[in-house]
Structures are given as C-alpha cells and as structure tokens.
Design a protein around this ligand. Structure first.
Ligand SMILES: [Zn+2]
Ligand SMILES: [Zn+2]
Length: 166
C-alpha cells in the first residue's frame, strides 16, 4: 500500500492488535482501515502514541491543493475532515471504505516540547483543534456523528486527549 500523499510505501505496524499503515521516514501519515475500528474502544488511551512520533523526513509536507486517492480503494478520492496549517494537522477519510488517513505532525511536534510546556500545548491542541471539530461533526446527523465517534477513538488511541462530553 502506498502513502496517498507522498507515494512512499506504507509500513504495517501492529499495536495492541490494531494494524496501522504508517508512512515512516517520509510524511509520517497514518492509515487506519475500518476493520480496526471496533477494536479501538477496549484499549487504554494513548497506547498507540509511538505512531505519532514516527520518523518524518524534513520538508516532506504534502499540503494539498490537490485531492488524493484512497490507498486501499485506489480510485476513490479521500475527503478532508480537517486541515490546519498552523497546527500541522490533517484528517481525511475515504467515503467508499471509510478508512481514515491522518497527518498529526503538529501533535508530534508538541510531544518534543519540554515537559512543563507540553501539558498546556496538548490541552490547547485538543481543545482548539480536535474537540472543536469533532463537536462540529457531531452536530451533523447520522453518519457524520458516527464518524466523529470513530475518529475520537482513533485519536484517543494515539494520544490521551481530553475526552469529549457526550
Ligand atoms: Zn507519506
Ligand atoms: Zn477507500
């Protein structure tokens, strides 16, 4: 499977029984296919954190004016849930297979800050970026609210953020 953004060969990682394809050494993007989703709930938050900080190549930024094809379906284009240049975060999903493609470079950068600055930065990140957007998705009905739930679980798997109020 190739990275939808930079075409690097994705590497399979298994964390607590969850298979994640990672663009190691290039853009650092992560691919979650939907067969993993129902396993996420039972896991301890943050157990997949090492995937956030996998090696990235400097300067491989694939900020996309263009859309990118799903790495699994190949022809279907991913659609973008979030993009934030300042927080260096992008979250995309395939409407056909429901897989998620995430670039959380901004969160990785926060994790390299000295510990005393880290807590506040993480809180900011989740409050201003992640939770705000998830809350917006939840206001929409049906499928989008469901996808927000899955995305919340993926993010909790990657980093113990502040949990959303129901
Ligand atoms: Zn990549
Ligand atoms: Zn797909």
């Amino acid at each position: 499977m190739k990275c939808p953004a930079c075409k690097n060969e994705l590497q399979e990682n298994v964390v607590a029984g969850i298979k994640i394809q990672a663009c190691r050494g290039e853009c650092g993007g992560l691919w979650f296919d939907r067969f993993q989703f129902n396993k996420l709930k039972a896991l301890k938050p943050g157990i997949g954190n090492s995937l956030v900080t996998i090696e990235r190549a400097d300067g491989v930024k694939v900020y996309r004016g263009a859309e990118h094809a799903c790495p699994a379906c190949k022809t279907t284009l991913l659609y973008r849930h979030f993009f934030d240049r300042k927080w260096d975060t992008e979250i995309n999903q395939c409407s056909k297979c429901s897989g998620f493609w995430l670039d959380l470079a901004g969160l990785a950068k926060i994790q390299t800050l000295p510990e005393n600055q880290q807590k506040e930065a993480v809180e900011n990140y989740f409050t201003n970026i992640i939770n705000k957007k998830l809350a917006g998705m939840r206001l929409l009905h049906g499928d989008m609210a469901e996808q927000a739930q899955v995305l919340d679980q993926i993010l909790q798997f990657l980093h113990p953020g502040k949990e959303l109020e129901e």
